[in-house]
Design a binder for this molecule. Structure first.
Ligand SMILES: Cc1cc2nc3c(=O)[nH]c(=O)nc-3n(C[C@H](O)[C@H](O)[C@H](O)COP(=O)(O)OP(=O)(O)OC[C@H]3O[C@@H](n4cnc5c(N)ncnc54)[C@H](O)[C@@H]3O)c2cc1C
Length: 459
């Protein structure tokens, strides 16, 4: 961390909002006008809309993340977690990856902590569930699903096989529907290479407490998405929830009970709970309460946006807040960046207003839904065309030219070479095999050293 005479703009969180706001500030700032410091426990921004495709192996996981230090060379990037904010002293406490926490003074503050998975106290969920918020989870899910196929192919025990081939997804919004769509597609592809596993042997189950899926694309397309998944053999249970999943024994409220090694939790998000320690005004659901200028209520030197903020949705009207999605996060970040510069220079603030442009969702290769809004007209697309829209939109929205090229290259290679269907589950314990090889040798060496020491003592 540098100590400088310049004012410090502290950006807490280097995700969508943090990255784009910092870039905007750096672009608009005069040379030496301020120090921009970005703090995030990860050294990269994750393009979350691509997580389902990363889980399905259509995009390399490394290409879904954007290294902060590389794209923000003029910023100070600190890898750590902001744990508290002292507004009176204008100081944040940073807990670095290792070592003692330290204090970081700031003049202007941007709160961009995003959201975390919204969970409920369901017995067995913490031990058995896997979320879909980070690239680590997408990689883990992919390896895990392919490993289940390996297991099922190798065993003669019908119970083990059935449990391995049952995949439960809870939550049918964007993240859940896209993830089950992509993962089912990948498993279907992968099954071709397993003599003892067929698609019909697998059970894919989607559960949602609501009476529809994909609410983001509207009821008609949501219904199409639902029927499409059902045609592919996905069992969809709506208006019900998961009561427990202890030891992988899943019990739904509607009475269905299945055993599964794979329980994917995508039942919505909630604002980052760390906000509770920041002393900022929070709304009823825990978001930072901001004005339409993205300034935190009552603090004109603090701005917040994205999934952790409740921003008035001026395009919808009184009492409405912007939904937590990338479309808003990206655009809010740009307005926020401009407003930070204006705030620093004593100029007036601009209000954020953006009318929904629609939504696109991929449900596996060549399958998707898209709703595009042009003024009062809504264009609804489904199937292959919608899938092209989904890829085109997100491919272009992916931050940095470098990442765009990499993503498009992955897709192009996938067209000709097919996706990889190999599980690298052992990556989670990379030292295991080496330990087995080295442990007996180390033990023998230790024993020899002990004997030598004893002999030396005796003589
Ligand atoms: C699987 C999935 C699919 C999605 N698909 C779509 C889609 O198709 N279209 C769409 O519009 N939206 C989609 N979204 C939503 C979209 O990705 C989010 O709305 C967007 O990422 C929000 O941006 P953000 O900056 O608020 O939060 P994030 O991008 O989550 O960034 C928050 C950052 O804060 C950091 N952080 C957390 N705690 C601390 C701390 N204490 N100190 C410092 N830093 C911290 C985190 O590490 C993270 O980098 C999807 C989300 C998911 C999970």
């Amino acid at each position: 961390m540098s100590t400088t005479e310049r004012p410090r703009i502290l950006v807490v969180g280097g995700g969508y909002v943090g990255l784009y706001a910092a870039r905007r500030i750096l672009k608009k700032m005069r040379y030496g006008e301020a120090t921009v410091t970005v703090v995030d426990p990860r050294s990269y921004m994750t393009y979350q809309p691509f997580l389902p495709e990363a889980a399905a192996g259509s995009i390399s996981p490394r290409h879904v993340v954007v290294p902060l230090r590389r794209v923000l060379p003029k910023a100070e990037v600190l890898t750590g977690r902001v744990t508290t904010i002292d507004q009176d002293r204008k100081v944040a406490t940073v807990q670095p990856l290792v070592g003692e926490a330290y204090e970081l003074p700031f003049d202007y503050l941007v709160i961009a902590l995003g959201a975390v998975s919204r969970t409920f106290p369901i017995p067995g969920l913490a031990e058995n569930g896997i979320g879909m918020k980070g690239i680590e989870e997408a990689i883990g899910l992919r390896n895990h699903v392919l490993e289940q196929l390996d297991k099922a192919d190798s065993t003669t025990d019908e119970e083990i096989r059935r449990k391995a081939l049952t995949f439960v997804f809870v939550g049918g919004g964007f993240a859940g529907a896209e993830t089950i769509g992509e993962v089912e597609d990948m498993a279907r592809d992968a099954a071709k290479y397993y003599p003892n596993v067929k698609r019909e042997d697998m059970r894919f189950i989607l559960v949602d407490a609501a009476d529809k899926i994909l609410p983001e694309v509207g009821p008609k397309l949501g219904q199409w998405g639902l029927e499409h998944l059902q045609k592919r053999g996905v069992e969809v249970y709506l208006g019900t929830s998961m009561d427990s999943c202890v030891g992988g024994h899943v019990v739904l409220k509607n009475g269905l009970e299945v055993d599964s090694n794979t329980i994917v939790w995508t039942a919505g998000v909630k604002p980052n709970p760390a906000l509770a320690r920041f002393g900022l005004p929070l709304g009823p659901r825990g978001h930072v309460d901001t004005a339409a200028t993205l300034q935190v209520q009552g603090a004109d030197y603090i701005w917040a946006a994205g999934d952790n903020a409740q921003v008035p949705d001026l395009a919808v009207g009184e009492g409405a807040w912007c939904p937590p999605n990338a479309q808003h996060a990206l655009r809010q970040a740009k307005v926020l960046g401009d407003n930070v510069i204006s705030g620093m220079r004593g100029f007036p603030q601009r209000e954020y207003k953006h009318a929904n442009k629609g939504a696109v969702a991929g449900l596996g290769l060549h399958k998707g839904v898209a709703m595009i809004v042009f003024g009062k007209t809504k264009i609804k697309l489904k199937g292959r065309l919608a899938w092209y829209m989904h890829r085109g939109y997100h491919g272009m929205a992916m931050p940095t030219f470098n990442r765009k090229i990499r993503v498009f290259a992955d897709w192009t290679l996938g067209m000709f070479l097919k996706r990889e269907v190999v599980s690298l589950g052992a990556i989670e314990n990379p030292r295991e095999e080496f330990y087995e090889a080295a442990a007996p040798v180390s033990a023998a060496a230790a024993k020899k050293a002990e004997n030598t020491a004893e002999k030396a003592k005796a003589s």
